[in-house]
Write a protein of this length. Structure first.
Length: 371
């Protein structure tokens, strides 16, 4: 069965996701602002959920149409083949958003979409009442400039929730963004990898998972596993496929440090849950005392932004300290994410490359130093 999909994503992640989808053998991959479209069968649905490092969630694109009135919205939703996915006992709650459109009341759109889906399913199943006690098929709508996208979520919890991070420090980075930073820094299975402000260890753990090619979703469940239209064996076979692609990486080693001993204990526990504790050495250390333990190194870090931790002047003092200890040295590269446009001035040198990326709603720059 050929299915059309949408992946919503953090701004700046579109090209990373598009390249990843092609590697996962998805078809018709097309990146747009804040989302990536693709197609494939049930196996691709399972594979992307299990294996994607950068996607926020995987949604089935049920249909698109234009609607400038509630009647057009009702008729557009009713015309879609909801019965292909939703059974007579399944639950189908509705949520979504509308921006820059004639239909601006999210609550009213939600009610009309629910009513239209119910009317369609009533006609198909010849029943008057839906008990909604079965598997949850979360209907999501996105209305932008009067164009309506109707979707069914297949992931459940966001895909950044890998399952290993039960605890985090005050300002944790999202797992998907941490993985993106590792990819953009060209982290390899033979690298010596550092994060001297590691907090709860997310960047190091994502790097170690990448080095060993462990699928980030291998140990979690997804809402579409309960969809009757997807054979159960698809999920078990895709997990087996992912397992078969894991590799040993005897040359890879990661080193994490943080000034906070409690954060280090959390990071150790998270790494153990992720199954990569054997690849990471943790220690308590202030970043101003950082010294690499190896001749070469790939260093990636997410210093405080002056929002939840420290104020801006304290952050800029920290950036100056970082500039002193992150020496320009052959065989070393440094990647730092920050929303501070004055980061390079505080750090003491211009980045060799910059890239805009959002950390949630915060517009950041990733600064790369490799020369």
């Amino acid at each position: 069965m050929e299915i059309n999909f949408v992946i919503p994503c953090l701004l700046g992640m579109e090209s990373l996701i598009a390249n990843e989808l092609k590697q996962l053998e998805a078809r018709n991959v097309a990146a747009e602002n804040g989302r990536v479209l693709f197609s494939g069968d049930e196996r691709i649905l399972a594979r992307v959920n299990i294996c994607s490092r950068f996607a926020e969630r995987v949604q089935i694109l049920v249909g698109t149409f234009e609607a400038k009135s509630f009647e057009e919205l009702f008729q557009g939703v009713k015309s879609l083949e909801w019965e292909k996915w939703i059974g007579p006992k399944d639950a189908f709650p509705v949520k979504g958003y509308s921006i820059n459109s004639a239909l601006f009341s999210t609550r009213d759109c939600q009610a009309i979409i629910k009513k239209a889906a119910v009317e369609r399913l009533k006609e198909k199943y010849h029943i008057e009442w839906f008990e909604e006690t079965g598997a949850v098929h979360q209907i999501q709508f996105a209305i932008n400039k009067d164009m309506v996208s109707m979707l069914i979520d297949t992931s459940g919890r966001g895909l950044h929730k890998r399952g290993y991070r039960l605890d985090a420090n005050d300002a944790p980075i999202k797992e998907t963004l941490a993985a993106a930073m590792c990819d953009l820094s060209r982290l390899r299975p033979y690298h010596k990898f550092y994060d001297p402000m590691c907090g709860s260890g997310t960047i190091l753990i994502e790097g170690a998972l990448m080095a060993r090619n462990i699928a980030p979703g291998i140990n979690r469940n997804f809402s579409a596993e309960r969809f009757d239209v997807i054979p159960r064996e698809v999920w078990s076979e895709e997990r087996e496929r992912a397992k078969s692609l894991e590799r040993e990486c005897h040359d890879f080693r990661a080193f994490g440090s943080d000034i906070d001993p409690a954060a280090i204990e959390i990071a150790k526990a998270n790494a153990k849950r992720a199954g990569v504790d054997g690849l990471i050495d943790f220690s308590v250390c202030d970043v101003k005392n950082f010294k690499g333990q190896t001749e070469t190194g790939t260093l990636i870090c997410n210093p405080p932004y002056g929002e939840r931790m420290m104020d801006l002047s304290e952050c800029e003092k920290l950036y100056t300290e970082m500039g002193k200890v992150f020496e320009r040295k052959h065989g070393w590269s440094y990647t730092v994410i920050s929303p501070d446009e004055e980061f390079e001035a505080a750090f003491g040198r211009k980045a060799d490359k910059r890239r805009k990326l959002y950390n949630g709603m915060i517009k950041c720059q990733i600064y790369f130093y490799f020369k």
